[in-house]
Design a binder for this molecule. Structure first.
Ligand SMILES: Nc1ncnc2c1ncn2[C@@H]1O[C@H](COP(=O)(O)OP(=O)(O)OP(=O)(O)O)[C@@H](O)[C@H]1O
Ligand SMILES: [Mg+2]
Length: 248
């Protein structure tokens, strides 16, 4: 099982949009699970999960091992794509992890109950916490969306510093440009420079586009309703980069 975490300390940079589209691409070939770790439940919503399909088990039962992760998996309209929907109690995930012996190993332990899935995509809430440590520990690859501003490098550096500080089990880092508006000089400059300057940034730019926002209306991955659009192709390229980092 390969684990891809879509993570950034920053909020609103395109993590959930990328997670849903990456999971869809992965599921074209591999049995894939998207775990929505954000109590906001954005990925759950975008995959069209109905309220009555929402996970019943709260995070306490999952962290304490009273409920297996495998028991809260739901199917989606795509045959090979499953989801673990977000649960309101995920806002207490950090506190629950803190109550375990080795918090940073806990997600790994929970994921071990899954046997059917080849790829697991984690849609992570923003921020830096015990949960982020556990996420980075569980991940083989961490995908970091970078909105091209002077702050983009900072958010990439924050992730690379966290990974460098890890004693073992360091994930590979795959940064990509997110919400790129080429009409803005600063976006053009950063988008052209960053993939050349950082070994952690691949040459993939998802443009700022209303097509990506439309996922919220269609409640579906972009390739299912606009497969030829520029952002759909960019997410396809992003998956190729992630797949290669996963050696799949
Ligand atoms: N490439 C894009 N072009 C235009 N809008 C986008 C793009 N990517 C994401 N958005 C929109 O920006 C908002 C935030 O995106 P998204 O939820 O993917 O970010 P996030 O990093 O997961 O946010 P959060 O930190 O709140 O979880 C959403 O309304 C989404 O539709
Ligand atoms: Mg999100």
């Amino acid at each position: 099982m390969k684990v891809v975490a879509v993570y950034s300390v920053k909020g609103g940079v395109g993590k959930t949009s990328a997670a849903v589209n990456l999971a869809w691409h992965a599921s074209q070939k591999h049995r894939t699970l998207l775990w929505d770790l954000d109590p906001q439940g954005g990925a759950t919503f975008l995959l069209g999960v109905k309220p009555k399909q929402k996970a019943k088990a709260d995070v306490h039962a999952l962290v304490k091992g009273k409920t297996d992760l495998a028991d809260v998996v739901r199917s989606t309209e795509d045959k090979k794509l499953d989801v673990i929907p977000a649960h309101d109690s995920y806002s207490a995930l950090d506190v629950e992890l803190d109550g375990t012996k080795r918090p940073e190993r806990q997600l790994d332990k929970m994921l071990a109950s899954l046997s059917k899935h080849e790829v697991v995509v984690l849609d992570c809430p923003p921020g830096m916490s015990l949960l982020s440590e556990a996420i980075l520990r569980a991940a083989d690859v961490v995908v970091v969306p970078l909105v091209p501003s002077p702050l983009a490098m900072r958010s990439l550096d924050q992730v690379t510093d966290m990974v460098t500080d890890m004693k073992k089990g360091r994930p590979k880092i795959v940064g990509f440009l997110s919400m790129v508006d080429r009409r803005k000089t600063i976006h053009r400059d950063v988008a052209d420079r960053l993939p050349q300057e950082s070994k952690h940034v691949i040459d993939v730019a998802v443009p700022a586009s209303s097509m990506v926002e439309k996922m919220g209306v269609e409640r579906a991955p972009i390739s299912t309703f606009a497969p030829r659009s520029v952002p759909a192709k960019a997410y396809g390229e992003l998956w190729k980069g992630v797949r290669s980092a996963l050696s799949l």
